[in-house]
Design a protein around this ligand. Sequence first.
Ligand code: ATP
Ligand code: MG
Length: 576
Amino acid sequence: MATKPIIELSKLYAPTLREDPGDAEIVSHKLLLRAAMIRRVAAGIYSFLPLGLRVLRKVEQIVREEMDAIGCQELLMNIMQPGELWQRSGRWNDYGPELFRLNDRHDNIFALSPTSEELLTDLLQGELRSYKELPKSFYHIQWKYRDEMRPRFGLLRGREFLMKDAYSFHDSRESLQEHYDAQAHAYSRICERLGLRYVPVEADSGQIGGKVTLEFMALADAGEDDIAHCACGFAANTEVATAAIKPMLFGPADAELERIYTPIDGSIPELAALLHTEESACVKALAGKGADGQVYVVFIPGDHELGDIKVSKAIEGFEFLDEEQMQAAGLVLGFIGPVNLPANIKTLADQSLAGLPRWLTGANESEYHLSGAAPGRDFNIDAWADLAEARPGDFCAECGEPLSFERGIEVGHVFQLGTKYSDSMGAFYMAEDGSERPFIMGCYGWGVSRSIAAVIEQLNDEAGIAWPISIAPAEVCIIPLSLGGSLEATARSLSSELAARGIEVVIDDRDERPGVKFADADLIGWPYQVVIGERSLGEGLVELKKRSDMQKSNLSVEDAVAQLASMVEEERRLFA
Ligand code: ATP
Ligand code: MG
């Protein structure tokens, strides 16, 4: 392996900060600033300092290798793109204020690229012609621009960010599916090589348009999505996740209908407290109406919330009734139940309640509830649906195990576009039968800069960043505790020998106190740190610290190079 250049900290521009910068809210943002990786230029716009750039380039390289491995071809498209292309696809308008727009001196309009569907379909048009040349897929790693409503959290949500975006072109759905699967596999590999704990989540398609899509979510509290997931592989946004919910039975399963005096204002926690039961034993009733004005009462387990997306799927244009509308519909706020509802009201209930033989529910009468209400005997439900938003305590609908709930950062997104862009951009190929057909397309985005923040969100501690070796700014840091004597000489020869073995070495040859050197080493997060101090060197030893677990051990000076080299190589293999 080729000798690596040695980084001398005395010369490196790395102004680390002792204190947390005031404007940074989340740990990755703080640590990226403190460890001298990035600096803010404007809201959501950051420059990369030398250390940060080393990390960025490594992430980029991992993404590049995984794209190359699935036959995706690298090219480089433009940041500044003719507005006319965006008008043709309709996105000049549809993208709204998130699209950065500018004019040249001749008043031609341009967009700063937030993605590149338009440019690439136009680029290929007329030249990628025959079905015989398909499938083809292309990627580039390029800066993207989005005037986000709330740029924040450093690299997590920028207005300028580095993205790998790939696009594939096919003549059949099967061919698209095959490449989509390969991209998804590549994304799993990228996550693993970055040391990310992640789940792929089937998601709503959002604004790009199309049907089949997977979001790769790095699990971290700073994430903006709530995810329900299970060891069996199930994962979904909680908004849409179907869970196995187990409402509690109040009283015996064959109880008679009973009217209970409940002098409360009708909230579920109050009811549960009054009757010394759990909230999940109470059936919650919510009143709303559909787009057509039909009034509905919707029932869900008392410890759950109604899912907005779920109810809107079941009832088009669903809106809650206000107090006045409830009165007008003959409903008693706080005491609504399925027994003796006004006849023109329709009922919809969460599917989990279908298994509940007796309900504890409102009596449609002020200050009264019913227990032992039996579906089929005392009331009927017009329709059942998945309505309740999944929450901790619920179970996996696929395997029955308890679901885990965590927040997720979307680091990548694979997407079957179909013919949306080829139709609108007029991008056609010649099929085997001689007919002209629009390309069937897929698109695949990876947040290169965002995934750096995601890694730090997962791998940090009080002292700083604990990089996986795959993207650390360097692999080994050698720290002589004094300069000018045998400690520095040992440090220099150790550095050269490791570098000669192809290991990325940093030497902390700054004239600083040991405490400062240690603090910076942990903050920046070099995976292996070798301290060369007087006492241990006197015994022929150097001290090794592994950043990931902070474990210390001694190495003899003679074996240090061989041992370190084999540790580094082993660690590299874990992330290869
Ligand atoms: P989000 O829902 O977070 O806004 P998105 O759905 O708009 O993401 P895509 O258009 O699919 O994102 O972009 C592909 C990838 O680019 C995302 O998975 C993410 O990793 C990254 N990305 C998107 N927006 C930003 C941003 N503002 N800052 C940094 N990375 C981003
Ligand atoms: Mg977005």
